[in-house]
Design a protein around this ligand. Structure first.
Ligand code: NAD
Ligand code: MN
Length: 358
């Protein structure tokens, strides 16, 4: 029996609602496999915790998480706590402390779903975005001056290190090669952002020399956003800085059915620290408590977690089950135009998993 220790941070809003389905699915997957056990420990670190303790997690929170094989996160954020606090005191410290420098975000139109792009189908919408996850525009360096005067100003520095850029670019090329992909697109903006982006481009070009079999394109972020819509079929692997990757992937999610479906992995490729898996959506305060959030983004994130742990067959089975439910059983939560609840969707996917694997 292989044992995995999983730290669970369900978070705020719809976080706990979708996490319940993610965890039920994980236990079902373990049961089907037979030789796996997931021991989950849940941590109540969210905005309510902040209200009570004045911090998003205890002082030794990172030390506690360090002992786990992986982390599952629901979503963080509540209108009662400024977003920069909930993000900077919980999610970003985890990503940074554990060197989760890859944010892996597949953009894939699942079987049974249609894209809002009228002429694009499953063969056109199947690529992956590799977002840099530890530096760049999310730098925490800068400041504000002259508050309350007409001369008030805010400065936010972008930080790009050779080490940080090289490792994300290398990861993207390696991923392209390992998955048999032909093309790598790097998001840039070297015409307007004249220090960091030319530096980023230079490093992409240097690393590209090691992968002559892969076609490299450097595309300005504004044009790239338009190409996501007009010709998504021209992408295999897209590598982008922290902010550009964040924006591109919400757009990408919208092309394949919306935020309710989009998963992500915050990955430490060297596996010397735990990686963290989470839906890319937030806590959705507008629908929290209604029991109608789509749990697929979380369940797909669990599938990515299984891949990361080396349980690829099981990860594939979970994704196949999600697709069966969408394509054959036609279950739909309200974000997909249906009336199914979070529970009903989660339950249908588990049933399908047992059918396929049991
Ligand atoms: P959001 O992703 O929470 O919601 C955007 C829209 O998508 C909303 O209309 C919401 O109802 C819908 N949506 C999101 N997930 C859904 C799901 N699973 N099923 C159905 N519909 C879904 O983004 P927001 O409104 O900009 O942010 C709300 C809060 O979440 C903020 O506090 C923000 O900081 C936080 N946030 C957290 C994370 C994270 O935890 N990693 C990511 C993004 C935003
Ligand atoms: Mn985002």
């Amino acid at each position: 029996m292989k044992h995995y220790a999983v730290a669970v941070i369900a978070g705020d809003g719809i976080g706990p609602e979708v996490m319940e389905e993610g965890l039920a699915l994980l236990q079902a997957a373990a049961e089907i496999h037979g030789g796996l056990a997931f021991e989950t420990s849940t941590f109540p670190w969210n905005c309510r915790y902040y209200q009570e303790h004045g911090r998003m997690m205890p002082e030794d929170g990172l030390t506690t998480l360090r002992q786990f094989d992986v982390i599952l996160l629901g979503a963080i954020g509540d209108p009662s706590v400024p977003d920069h606090i909930s993000v900077w005191e919980l999610i970003l410290p985890i990503r940074r402390a554990f060197q989760q420098y890859v944010n892996l975000r597949p953009i894939k139109l699942l079987r049974g779903l249609e894209s809002p792009l009228r002429c694009k189908g499953h063969a056109d919408l199947d690529f992956v975005v590799v977002r840099e996850n530890t530096e760049g525009e999310y730098s925490n360096m800068g400041g504000r001056l002259h508050e309350g005067t007409p001369y008030e100003l805010a400065v936010q520095n972008n930080v790009f290190t050779r080490y940080g850029v090289e490792r994300i670019v290398r990861y993207a090329y390696r991923l392209a090669k390992e998955t048999g992909k032909r093309r790598l697109t790097a998001a840039t903006k070297s015409n307007g952002i004249n220090h960091s982006m030319p530096f980023w481009d230079e490093i992409v070009k240097e690393v590209s020399l090691e992968y002559p079999e892969i076609e490299t394109r450097l595309t300005h972020i504004d044009a790239l956003s338009a190409y996501f819509v007009s010709c998504p079929e021209t992408f295999d692997v897209v590598v982008a800085s922290n902010l550009f990757g964040d924006i591109l992937t919400d757009l990408g999610a919208a092309l394949v059915g919306g935020l309710g479906l989009a998963p992500s992995g915050n990955i430490n490729p060297e596996k010397n620290y735990p990686s963290m898996f989470e839906p890319i959506h937030g806590s959705a305060p507008d629908i929290a408590g209604t029991g109608t959030a789509n749990p697929i983004a979380t369940i797909w994130s669990v599938s990515m977690m299984l891949d990361h742990l080396g349980e690829r067959e099981l990860g594939r089975l979970v994704l196949d089950s999600i697709e069966d439910v969408l394509a054959e059983r036609r279950v739909r939560t309200p974000d997909l135009g249906g009336t199914a609840t979070t529970r009903e969707m989660g339950q249908a996917i588990r049933e399908q998993l047992y059918r396929r694997g049991g």
